[in-house]
Structure formats: C-alpha cells, structure tokens
Design a protein around this ligand. Structure first.
Ligand SMILES: Cc1ncc(COP(=O)(O)O)c(C=O)c1O
Length: 244
C-alpha cells in the first residue's frame, strides 16, 4: 500500500462484508485509517464480528430502502474511539462545542428526532428482517443453480445482510426487460462506474472489470416483504427466459 494512502473505505456492497481481517491488518501496517461503508450491511457479520465494528469508524445510511430504514433520510456514524466520536459530533452540528460558536467548519447533519424514533422501533425488527432475507437468498440460490447466471457467493465466515441479491449475465438488459414486462422490477446497482460519472470522470482510469460488471449486474427483488412464493415466481420467469 503506497505511503500516501491515509484511509481505506471498504464498502460492504450488497450486504456482503468485505474481508475485514485482511483489510484492517494491511491498513494498520501502513498507518492508514479504516472507514467502513455500512450503508448496505446492517447486521452483517464477518469473522464473528459485526461489519461496522472493525474499522476506526463506520457510516450507516437509514434511507427507507435500507435493511434498517427510516421514513426519510437519516444516517449514523459508529466509532468505538471517543476522539473520533467527539469529532463527528462537532461536524454534525456546525462545529459547535458551545452553542453559536463554530470551532471547526461543520455542517447540519443531525438525525431528525422523528426519524430516530422510527428507527428505534425498526431496529427491533432488523434481525428478523435479515433472517427473511437469508431465507429468500437461499431459495434464489437453490432455484437458480441451472439458469446460467453468475450467482452471488458467500465467503467463509460471513453472514451477509442480503441488502441485494445480485446476479450477473452478459444478457442483463434482455433479462431486465423480460422481467419488467412481467411486472417484476429489478435494480441495476450500478449502471455507471465512479470513474465514468461526469462529476468524477477520470479518462486515465483503466478499470475493465468494473466497467464489465456495470453492464452485467442485476439485483433481483429481495426484502422482508416478500415470501418464497414471490421468489418462485421470479425464478420461474428467469428459467423460462434462460431456456427459451
Ligand atoms: C454503499 C452506499 N454508500 C453510501 C450511501 C449513501 O447513503 P445516504 O444516501 O444515506 O447518504 C448509500 C446509499 O444509497 C449506499 O448504498
């Protein structure tokens, strides 16, 4: 890891935690901080510990579609480091230590109290919701074995949060259209890679694997409001498409 790396931001994408023991060990060797992006991984576990507890800090999103969602926007930073937590509290509210006195440039990032009240209730249902997601994911894996798609894998020692169930196929757009015509809405996370975003475009970046993934990934419906019959309908349509 080059000396100029100050921090590493592992994104627990789709709810599958990154390899935190390896990332933390590498970061420590180089004096880099670790900031976990837990927006999609509430409740996920890696090597016996929750995602979000490995790094120096972790950022959570409580956007309504997340595994733990509010009724509007919200988020939180977790840290076991009191100094980091104190700094985040400052940043959250105008850099105020004392009211109306900004010690550092901060912002208004307070979690709205009504959203916090909703989240306190929804937190009680997180584990049950994640268990439903695990059941749905297991059924997808079981049913889609012969559909010719690249299916998600689970690394050893990992319990994913299954925020998304993401398959890959070079014929992604055809499958997306086939399912949409049958009333099954899927997501594409994400169609445009970071280095091709107009705001962050970097013509020097050569990332063919990333670019190919953006043309092939398809997120099938997976959330606690679904049951095994829904999965059977989705997988039935996929198998019909694959064998047509
Ligand atoms: C992986 C990841 N990181 C960060 C974010 C940003 O979260 P928010 O929209 O709450 O700022 C999201 C939300 O979509 C996400 O999925």
């Amino acid at each position: 890891m080059p000396a100029r790396v100050k921090a590493v931001v592992p994104v627990h994408l789709y709810g599958h935690p990154a390899d935190m023991p390896a990332i933390v060990a590498a970061a420590r060797r180089h004096g880099a901080k670790v900031l976990e992006d837990c927006a999609q991984s509430h409740g996920a576990v890696v090597a016996g510990r929750k995602a979000g507890t490995w790094g120096d800090a972790a950022a959570y999103s409580f956007y309504p579609t997340k595994n733990l969602g509010a009724l509007g926007d919200g988020g939180a930073v977790y840290s076991a480091d009191a100094a980091v937590a104190a700094q985040v509290r400052l940043l959250r509210q105008y850099g105020w230590r004392t009211r109306y006195v900004s010690d550092i440039p901060g912002r208004n990032s307070r979690l709205d109290e009504l959203q916090a009240a909703v989240l306190r209730v929804n937190l009680r249902h997180l584990e049950a919701g994640n268990a439903s997601r695990r059941m749905l994911a297991a059924r997808y894996l079981d049913r889609l074995g012969a559909a010719g798609l690249v299916l998600p894998t689970v690394a050893a020692g990992v319990t994913p949060a299954w925020h998304q169930f993401t398959v890959r196929t070079p014929r992604r757009d055809a499958l997306l259209a086939h399912l949409a015509e049958r009333g099954i809405r899927c997501g594409v996370l994400y169609p445009v890679p970071l280095h091709r975003q107009p705001a962050y475009a970097d013509a020097t970046a050569v990332l063919p694997v990333t670019e190919q993934a953006c043309t092939e990934v398809l997120c099938l419906p997976v959330h606690p409001g679904l049951d095994s019959t829904d999965v059977d309908r989705v997988t039935g349509e996929i198998i019909r498409w694959a064998t047509a």
